[in-house]
Design a protein around this ligand. Structure first.
Ligand SMILES: C[S@@+](CC[C@H](N)C(=O)[O-])C[C@H]1O[C@@H](n2cnc3c(N)ncnc32)[C@H](O)[C@@H]1O
Length: 343
């Protein structure tokens, strides 16, 4: 890629941020597109990036590094321009940003692929689990693929308003109330008797560095989202989810089979698209084979909250395959769980 193409990648990412209403993040990326130069190690490394800046999410890596250092109090000049402060005039913002690029602690942030765990997706997965509980009348055992830090495995500890269906467990660390369209989900008795997740790179909620890493990728002007993630991480650190490291296919093949007296639920959110095609095919084949063995008293469910349309503007869907049973489209939902259109 040429230097001009690298700058374009930053500018385009800024446009995407603006489309999502993230004005500060748009300005930061626009500033980086113009200000990057070879006077700093970080600037030179970015402009000479050997790979594809889009596929590598290079602007996200650099923005997260800056955000992490700001949040840790290590870039006070730039911090004065970061939310919750107003960014100020362009000249002083650009000067602070240019100076910050000389901080070599950012360099490490360019190494790793971004990783998130969006806890508001529980507001989409939860009604899916209620639908499973209503259909089967059984307790559920959860197997989450691409679980990241496992925050969505703890979804029954969160409070909800799901189209008027209110769930309020004691001491809930967060409350999720997605903008709802359609009837509420079934008010089923949800009992989760087992839960476990897998990720190629599971993040440890008890590790402060892992928590900081997750928080750094959230656009800093999205203060509610940052606060929600912080609260969910703090609660999870007191009761960490069980996660295994590895590829999802081998894990599913090893662990997922129908069990008498419970519904075995495989679930995932905005993860399947990142799995290699062979992993996707092996998971589907294993679930078909196990589904053929499932019965009404030992059912198997596959709950997917994923982008499944090639149309760029299409929302992710929530789909449920139940064995014995059929494949149902349950909802369309915003990728971060902000809206749910329940069908
Ligand atoms: C976009 S994140 C979504 C995380 C989480 N499901 C959520 O909704 O917040 C995708 C996750 O899939 C994981 N992943 C990618 N390929 C994988 C694979 N082959 N097997 C297991 N996990 C994988 C990544 O490490 C990452 O944590």
């Amino acid at each position: 890629m040429t230097e001009a193409e690298i700058r374009t990648a930053f500018a385009r990412e800024g446009v995407a941020c603006r489309q999502f209403g993230a004005e500060f993040s748009a300005r930061l990326r626009g500033g980086l597109a113009n200000l990057l130069d070879r006077s700093s190690r970080v600037g030179a490394r970015v402009l000479d990036w050997p790979g594809d800046p889009y596929a590598d999410a290079l602007p996200v890596r650099l923005a997260a590094g800056l955000n992490a250092l700001v949040q840790a109090g290590q870039l006070p000049e730039l911090a004065a321009h970061f939310p919750p402060h107003a960014p100020g005039d362009d000249a002083s913002f650009d000067a602070a940003l240019s100076a910050a690029l000389h901080d070599d602690r950012i360099d490490a942030w360019l190494d790793g692929a971004p990783q998130t765990n969006e806890v508001a997706r529980s507001g989409v997965l939860m009604p899916g689990l209620l639908a499973i509980a209503a259909a089967t009348g059984l307790p559920l055992a959860l197997f989450e693929l691409g679980a990241s830090a496992g925050l969505n495995l703890r979804l029954d500890s969160y409070a909800y308003d799901l189209g008027g269906l209110v769930l309020a467990p004691p001491a809930a660390p967060i409350r999720l109330a997605p903008a709802w369209d359609g009837p509420p989900p079934p008010a089923a008795d949800l009992r989760i008797v087992a839960r476990r997740g897998v990720d190629l790179n599971p993040l440890d909620v008890t590790d402060a560095a892992h928590r900081e890493r997750l928080l750094a990728y959230v656009w800093p002007e999205q203060v509610e989202r940052v606060a929600r993630l912080q609260a969910a991480l703090e609660a999870a650190a007191l009761d960490p989810p069980t996660l295994d490291r590895g590829d999802a296919a081998a894990w599913v093949e090893e662990r997922v089979a129908p069990v008498e007296g419970r519904c075995t639920v495989v679930l995932h959110s905005i993860a399947f698209q990142y799995f290699p095609a062979t992993t996707q095919a092996r998971i589907a084949a294993h679930l078909e084979a196990q589904g053929a063995r499932a019965t009404a008293t030992a059912p198997l469910a596959w709950l997917r909250y994923e982008f499944d349309s090639p149309e760029a503007a299409a929302l992710p869907t929530l789909r449920l395959r139940l064995w014995p049973g059929e494949d149902r489209l349950l909802a369309h939902a915003h990728p971060h769980g902000a809206t749910v259109q329940w069908l």
